[in-house]
Ligand binder design. Structure first.
Ligand code: HEM
Length: 404
């Protein structure tokens, strides 16, 4: 296994020699049984076709349609908060971002389903975590194995499948572009006029569920945890929000006037790039800079280690959103080279939802931070939990204090 921790070598693998790498087989085994051949785990010509079909659904113009849902869901969350309450912020963020992604996918009234989706998805996430990086041997256990863990996996997957296929049938019956991601994916045609099958739509929806909600939820949770420990940054963010929004609900149009909120999110993703490990396998012998990587060997790229490299980032352990401002990093003559900062990966397989995630994170952050400060009780702290994503050991318990 080779860990690359140098931007030019990473560029070499993710861009220049991308046709000689794939995602590692064991990773595909674990996830494919639940998420099928969706964008995240498909390869080659099939992946290329799917990416082309799906790309327009994430276009800037489409994202506008989802912005209102993002702030509405954040407001709904705030309606359940009261001044001085102790909350598990990770859970709150997770429920909110799941609702956002369910709205964006189906654009229909799915309140009951959202709860069921949340439960099944988290159950599945839990099992995949056990089968993932933490315990690679479990990855070899087939889904049909008569084990309690696998029984739970089948049950959770089955519950999600039933809901997703029902939505697909309803969308097929309507056969119009109702503005949501599913109808866009359903109506997209390739050069030969072919559309996605039900199975493929299912796989893409499941992929968006899993790739598109916990990542943003954890980013927001880390942002609040970092803000709670950095009063000067928090004050600067509040000053920007108060000056620009003056109590108004933020919209997509406001984002251009909230540069500091963007810097806070980018800096959060530098210190805690939720997808901390990008895994690949060489499908041919590779020469990467001075290193030879034989066919079949794994290549690991970690945004986490790259983002904390002192050669590219001044005081890399410090939460300092200003490094993403016009002045940039003080230690650098120019901005960090590409691939020194890559929370969304890079090359052709860069996260398709990156603009969606950045918009959502900023809108939800702005909506909440406008009204509340989130603080840790004396003596309480959070602990990093390294699994498939960068999470928290025991949730993220924080006290919410009204700013008004
Ligand atoms: C802060 C939030 C997010 C982070 C940090 C993140 C990170 C990443 C990374 C690093 C990759 C590349 C993985 C690799 O190369 O192996 C990726 C791929 C992907 N992400 Fe995200 N993501 C986020 C949010 C989202 C959202 C909101 C969606 C959808 C709504 C999404 C959908 C996807 C999909 C479908 C892929 C696979 C793309 C492909 O291979 O063509 N992600 N993400």
């Amino acid at each position: 296994m080779y860990l690359l921790n140098q931007p030019d070598l990473i560029h070499e693998v993710l861009v220049t020699q991308v046709d000689k790498i794939e995602k590692p087989e064991p990773l595909k085994w674990i996830f494919r049984s639940s998420f099928g051949n969706g964008l995240f785990f498909s390869e080659g010509e099939f992946w290329r076709r799917q990416r082309k079909l799906a790309q327009p659904a994430f276009h800037h113009k489409r994202l506008q349609l989802y912005a209102e849902g993002m702030t509405r869901r954040a407001h709904q969350l705030l309606a359940t908060w009261s001044d001085g309450q102790l909350r598990d912020i990770r859970k709150d963020m997770s429920a909110t971002t799941l609702k956002v992604v369910v709205d964006a996918l189906f654009q229909s009234s799915v309140e009951d389903d959202t709860d069921r989706i949340y439960q099944a998805l988290h159950e599945l996430g839990d099992i995949l975590e056990q089968q993932g990086i933490a315990n690679p041997l479990l990855a070899l256990v087939p889904d049909w194995a008569p084990l309690p863990l696998m029984r739970r996996k089948r049950r959770a997957s089955g519950a999600l499948d039933a809901i997703v296929y029902r939505f697909i049938q309803e969308h097929r019956a309507a056969n119009t572009d109702s503005g949501d991601l599913l109808s866009m994916l359903m109506l997209a045609e390739d050069e030969d006029g072919q559309r996605m099958s039900d199975r493929q739509l299912h796989d893409e929806v499941m992929t968006i569920f899993i790739a598109g909600h916990e990542t943003t939820a954890l980013t927001l949770t880390w942002a609040f945890a970092l803000l709670a420990q950095s009063p000067a940054v928090e004050q600067k963010l509040h000053a920007e929000l108060d000056a620009v929004l003056n109590g108004r609900v933020p919209t997509m149009a406001d984002l251009a006037s909230l540069p500091y909120a963007e810097m806070v999110i980018k800096e959060t993703l530098r210190l805690y790039p939720i997808s901390w490990l990008i895994l690949r396998q060489a499908t041919a012998d590779l020469q990467v800079g001075p290193y030879r990587v034989p066919k079949g060997h794994q290549i690991w790229i970690s945004p986490y280690t790259m983002h904390r490299h002192p050669h590219y980032f001044d005081t890399p352990e410090v939460f300092q959103p200003e490094r993403f401002g016009p002045e940039g990093d003080r230690d650098l003559e120019s901005r960090p080279p590409k691939f020194a900062y890559m929370p969304f990966g890079g090359g052709p397989r860069i996260c398709i939802g990156n603009a969606f995630a950045l918009m959502e994170a900023r809108l939800v952050l702005a909506t909440i931070a406008q009204r509340y400060r989130l603080v840790f009780d004396p003596g309480s702290k959070i602990q990093l939990r390294v699994g498939n994503l960068l999470g928290f050991q025991n949730g993220a318990s924080m006290r919410v204090l009204s700013r008004s």
